[in-house]
Write a protein that binds this ligand. Sequence first.
Ligand SMILES: NC(=O)c1ccc[n+]([C@@H]2O[C@H](COP(=O)([O-])OP(=O)(O)OC[C@H]3O[C@@H](n4cnc5c(N)ncnc54)[C@H](OP(=O)(O)O)[C@@H]3O)[C@@H](O)[C@H]2O)c1
Length: 286
Amino acid sequence: MKRPVILLTGAAGQLGFELARLLPAHGEVQALDRAALDLADADAVAAAVRRIEPQIIVNAAGYTAVDRAESEPALADAVNARAPAVLAAEAKRLDALLIHYSTDYVFDGMSGQPYREQDPMHPLNVYGSSKLAGERAIAASGVAHLILRTSWIYGWRGQNFLLTMRRLAATRDELRVVADQFGVPNWSRVLAEATAGLVARGAAALAAKSGVYHLSGRGRASWFDFARAIFDDADRPRVVPITTAEYPTPARRPASAVLATAKFEEAFGIVLPDWREMLAACKAAA
Ligand SMILES: NC(=O)c1ccc[n+]([C@@H]2O[C@H](COP(=O)([O-])OP(=O)(O)OC[C@H]3O[C@@H](n4cnc5c(N)ncnc54)[C@H](OP(=O)(O)O)[C@@H]3O)[C@@H](O)[C@H]2O)c1
């Protein structure tokens, strides 16, 4: 099989950084960070795809500042909805495959059950709405695509809960953490490895499985559970459970948005570990 040309966007993000390390094993990678390609500039996005002529596009860029999005809806929409639409249209012209990431925040978290891909979507915030618009634009374009919905990404780079907790613990004895919002924490490296495992199969094999998939580890955690596990259930810092009402944020968040992963597991034979196992591996890799 000829090595495909792979265009990776968002190459400096949590997921993008890990993908930039892994994807060169599977193709000729053009890894573009924000300085090289601004996804808010639709013309630049189209021009980049036309110049690079990839067989596979992996869109790891995203406007991910969930609270800030409430006051920057146009920018969130440009990056999370319009740019994916342009990537999809350009990929379709080239007969390329688009791999794109979406979020558990397309759901409202009220069902109490793990969400399946086909469950009704109802985002509670601007970020989730912009991601849903991106999903719909990709599907409507007719491009061969994998939309991989995931949740609560963390790692040793960028902005994430693991790094925030550790930073706060350096100066505080007590951390108050929301205990009534549930989801699944996912280590960026494990998500990138799963994606690389897909890319290794080649664009044609993936195009035959075009659609939306939930890519996540197993189990279920609250932010409080996640914080306790980050500190190995130690006495210091003291982690105190609080309610969402006690920690008001600009964006509303789903109360419980666990992603059911059976469709992904059956389609690709890849099963991600339980979130506690992923966190232990991440800590061991520090
Ligand atoms: N983080 C999560 O918990 C989470 C959960 C579910 C799904 N996802 C999805 O997973 C994907 C990857 O997320 P991540 O956690 O790796 O996010 P991340 O660490 O925030 O990385 C996103 C990257 O996109 C870049 N970016 C933002 N605006 C851009 C623009 N206008 N042009 C070009 N690049 C831009 C960011 O650059 P700067 O750093 O310069 O802003 C950053 O490097 C996204 O689609 C996200 O929606 C994330």
